[in-house]
Design a protein around this ligand. Structure first.
Ligand code: MRU
Length: 326
């Protein structure tokens, strides 16, 4: 199953707001519908947002009188994952060729993402073995970085899948990932479908469980990697990186090259999406906090590069301490 694709002249995507209760497909025929789906996280995860953005430009070129203006709104639907802006710009670069050329480029981005996720899975699994020197490993992860965050397989969770397929996964420890519970709802659903051994943990348990030796490595995805290696990812990643460093556990970022943003020199320049406070004040529509309570809701944080053991892309392994290799 592909999380997002172009089917019969429209975008088809898994409605991630309905998981894990139902796996519904949504058909998206207009850019406004797509912007709505992106904002409410029906489609989410940096690589999937990139594919959505490129396919959205195809819809704009086919149907909208001013596709460039509509594409600008699509580009701004979520600010942190650079893949969305990158893919919209790349697709707009084919505007002169009309709808067919833009769609062809969007489908190339889709196909490249599928290949990149496979390559990251292999390279990441090799690196985990090198860093841990263990036959069977326990991996801690946050948010959802699996096939649901890409087209197929995903990034950090794609490495977990490859480890599992190689018979090397002892256990995945998935953080539930408040406030929107991508770990509890989506990562657990994917691990279950893989038949992989896993347990969910509360977000606040992550650093302590690392201190107690419950995991051999932490694998996370990224929404944007600045030129110096500072990495924006789901809120909670920074705390996990601090805990991993204190415990001496490798902390590995897995992301495609399209997530690397050379135009942003350091993490300080990454815009962090602030989402609606109701997401923190309750869970799935049920209010938890007293009426009138207010909340801050940054969707992402930034892990400084000195806390990152390695960054794995489809082309290279970057070790902030040791440099880079193919
Ligand atoms: O708010 P989300 O669910 O879009 O956040 C997603 C993440 O933080 C992922 O870790 C990141 O996009 C990498 S996905 C392979």
């Amino acid at each position: 199953m592909r999380t997002i694709d172009w089917v019969d002249d429209a975008i088809e995507l898994v409605d991630q707001t309905a998981l894990p209760d139902r796996c519904d497909m949504l058909r998206i025929g207009t850019v406004d519908e797509l912007i709505g789906a992106i904002r409410r996280l029906a489609v989410r995860g940096a690589p999937a947002l990139g594919v959505a953005g490129a396919l959205g430009v195809a819809l704009a070129v086919r149907d909208e009188p001013d596709p460039v203006a509509v594409a600008a709104r699509l580009r701004a639907a979520r600010p942190t994952a650079v893949n969305l802006a990158w893919a919209v710009d790349a697709a707009l670069g084919h505007l002169d060729g009309g709808f067919e050329a833009v769609l062809a480029h969007a489908l190339r981005i889709r196909d490249d993402d599928i290949a990149a996720c496979r390559a990251m899975g292999e390279r990441g699994a090799d690196l985990v073995r090198e860093l841990t020197r263990r036959d069977r490993v326990r991996i801690m992860t946050v948010c959802n970085t699996g096939g649901l965050a890409a087209v197929e397989r995903g990034t950090a969770l794609g490495v977990v899948q490859t480890l599992h397929e190689r018979g090397r996964l002892a256990e995945a420890l998935a953080m539930e990932t408040r406030p929107l519970l991508q770990g509890a709802r989506l990562t657990a659903w994917e691990l279950d479908r893989m038949g992989a051994p896993y347990r969910l943990i509360a977000d606040s348990a992550g650093p302590f469980l690392l201190a107690r030796g419950y995991a051999d490595a932490v694998l996370i995805g990224a929404d944007r990697i600045a030129a110096d290696g500072d990495t924006a990812n789901k809120i909670g990643s920074y705390a996990l990186a601090l805990g991993a460093r204190r415990a001496g556990v490798p902390f590995v970022v897995v992301a495609p090259e399209s997530t690397v943003d050379p135009a942003t020199p350091t993490g300080a320049g990454i815009e962090i999406e602030e989402r609606d406070q109701d997401e923190v004040l309750g869970v799935r529509g049920t209010r938890l906090a007293p009426a009138g309570a207010r909340a801050a809701n940054p969707a992402f944080d930034v892990t400084p590069h000195d806390l990152v053991t390695a960054i794995v892309t489809e082309r290279r392994v970057i070790r902030p301490d040791l440099g880079e290799r193919p």
